[in-house]
Design a protein. Structure first.
Length: 57
């Protein structure tokens, strides 16, 4: 790992394999988005449509 300074900003240079490993590790820590059931999705979309249609009036 090397450090590089450009315009008073410090950057770290690492090998590509290490970078990919860090990306994979970070991706595993993110929470997946909640998926809705069909009935929940319909209710949610109706709620949003009603909200949006009310704003346009």
């Amino acid at each position: 790992m090397n450090t590089l300074t450009i315009d008073n900003k410090s950057y770290v240079v690492i090998p590509a394999e290490s970078y990919r490993a860090l990306q994979k590790q970070a991706a595993l820590k993110t929470r997946p988005e909640k998926t809705l059931t069909l009935s929940e999705a319909r209710a949610y979309s109706k709620k949003l449509i009603n909200k949006w249609s009310g704003e346009k009036k």
